[in-house]
Design a protein around this ligand. Structure first.
Ligand SMILES: Nc1ncnc2c1ncn2[C@@H]1O[C@H](COP(=O)(O)OP(=O)(O)O)[C@@H](O)[C@H]1O
Ligand SMILES: N[C@@H](CC(=O)OP(=O)(O)O)C(=O)O
Length: 415
């Protein structure tokens, strides 16, 4: 059996959902587990619901109405028969969402986030599953919250592999079509999530546990390119990438694959294929054991809106093990993601991503003990397999704050 993953872009409207059916027919998919993300940018919209719930309650109903109307439009365009049960399913899901928000007393933002944002995946999978059943592609809807078992580190939960493997093996048929949610998981009946863009990781979890033949991630691009096509011109399609190389690229921030996806697949040598849902005749990119990248070309990864922080001890002591340990404990506690580290005797620099809006708090807590300064809104470029021309392409005319290189990788922080 195979695992397919369709991200938000592949189910962003009714026509895209219809195209999922085309892909399945074209691929003759009969024994496949399909992992689907929230439709279009619905995760962002649900994030706004959570933010409004905490910060601007009078506007809450308006935000919920927006996400509801988005899904209503899609089902109205997919199902001609207005008495199809999916219309009631939608009503029921929004009723449970509203009940949760009415009754919730928890002030834990991350907990509430996971309970609310997960509706994006639940709704998308219920809609796609119902649509495929309606047009004769029979499938079984599975609840990933009961199968992917995690701890309760909300918004970035850690998978309990043993429990997950046994739940998946006992519940998933490997010779039919099953549909489940990416990104969402569970802990004893409470919903958790695996971190933004985590649906690729979900696909890898299922593939690992089911010993799948391959994982295909369907995208709106030809495959993995050597740079983000929105920011770089003349991008090159990589035909083949090794697990190690893909892991490095994802780790450094290539948003095309979630970084945690590769390791489980590599362990079982399950190939990962990234293909275009618009061009089914193209082979895309295969990530497998073998050469680093084919064709060999510099690969650019750009991370915007980073914060470059310099930390030194107030008493001028060296930045060594114990104070670096304390800093990392704080970083972890605030869910701040470190994308680069540089250390000298008296100063410790980290480039951070303030994903969860916790930097201010981190800064306030740390400044009691350390001297701390920072530049916000800087860009971190990583070039794998760099050469002079590729470095020139990045630094050309820009103010460079920091440069760090190893044999295959150079990282440059610019304004
Ligand atoms: N190196 C890269 N190769 C291909 N696409 C990339 C790369 N870096 C960034 N992207 C962007 O990733 C997008 C696909 O990812 P995403 O929008 O998250 O899709 P989905 O919603 O299907 O998960 C592409 O449209 C492309 O703009
Ligand atoms: N819906 C989640 C999970 C995900 O992976 O989405 P996508 O496949 O559209 O990147 C998110 O937007 O973070």
């Amino acid at each position: 059996m195979k695992v397919f993953k369709f991200g938000g872009a592949s189910v962003k409207d009714a026509d895209s959902v219809k195209n999922v059916a085309n892909v399945l027919k074209h691929e003759n998919a009969t024994d496949v587990l399909i992992v689907i993300s929230a439709m279009g940018k619905m995760t962002n919209a649900f994030e706004k619901v959570v933010l409004t719930f905490f910060n601007d309650p009078p506007k809450l109903a308006q935000e919920i109405a927006f996400v509801k109307a988005f899904h209503q439009t899609i089902i109205s365009n997919l199902f001609e028969n207005e008495s199809h049960p999916i219309f009631e399913v939608l009503e029921a899901e929004f009723k449970t969402l509203n009940n949760f928000l009415d009754e919730n007393t928890s002030k834990d933002y991350s907990y509430v986030y996971d309970q609310v944002v997960s509706y994006g995946e639940v709704l998308s999978t219920k809609i796609v599953s119902a649509y495929l059943n309606e047009i004769g592609i029979k499938n079984n809807w599975l609840d990933a919250r009961l199968l992917v078992r995690t701890d309760t580190y909300y918004r970035s939960a850690k998978v309990n592999w043993e429990e997950t493997e046994s739940a998946i093996i006992t519940s998933v048929s490997t010779n039919s079509i099953s549909i489940t949610q990416g990104f969402i998981a569970g802990n004893n009946g409470t919903t958790t999530t695996l971190g933004r863009e985590g649906s690729d990781f979900t696909a890898a979890i299922f593939a690992y546990c089911l010993n799948a033949k391959s994982v295909t991630i369907w995208k709106d691009v030809e495959g993995i390119l050597n740079a983000h096509p929105k920011y770089f011109s003349n991008t090159v399609l990589l035909n083949q990438v090794s697990y190690k190389e893909a892991t490095e690229m994802a780790f450094y921030g290539a948003s095309v694959i979630h970084p945690k996806t590769l390791k489980p697949l590599e362990n079982k040598l399950i190939p990962l294929v990234v293909r275009s849902f618009d061009n089914l005749n193209s082979n895309g990119t295969t990530v497998q054991k073998g050469e680093d990248i084919v064709p060999k070309t510099p690969c650019f990864i750009q991370k915007k809106q980073q914060i470059l922080v310099s930390i030194s001890a107030k008493d001028f002591s060296f930045m060594v093990e114990h104070n670096i340990r304390d800093i990392f404990q704080q970083l972890h506690g605030h869910k701040l993601k470190v994308s680069l580290i540089q250390n000298s005797a008296l100063s410790f620099s980290v480039c951070l991503e303030d994903k969860y809006d916790t930097f201010k708090q981190f800064y306030e807590e740390l400044k009691n003990e350390f001297k701390i300064s920072y530049n916000s809104d800087v860009t971190l470029y990583t070039i794998r397999h760099f050469d002079d021309a590729s470095i020139h392409r990045i630094v050309n005319g820009k103010k460079v704050y920091l440069k760090q290189s190893s044999r295959e990788t150079i990282q440059i922080i610019t304004e």
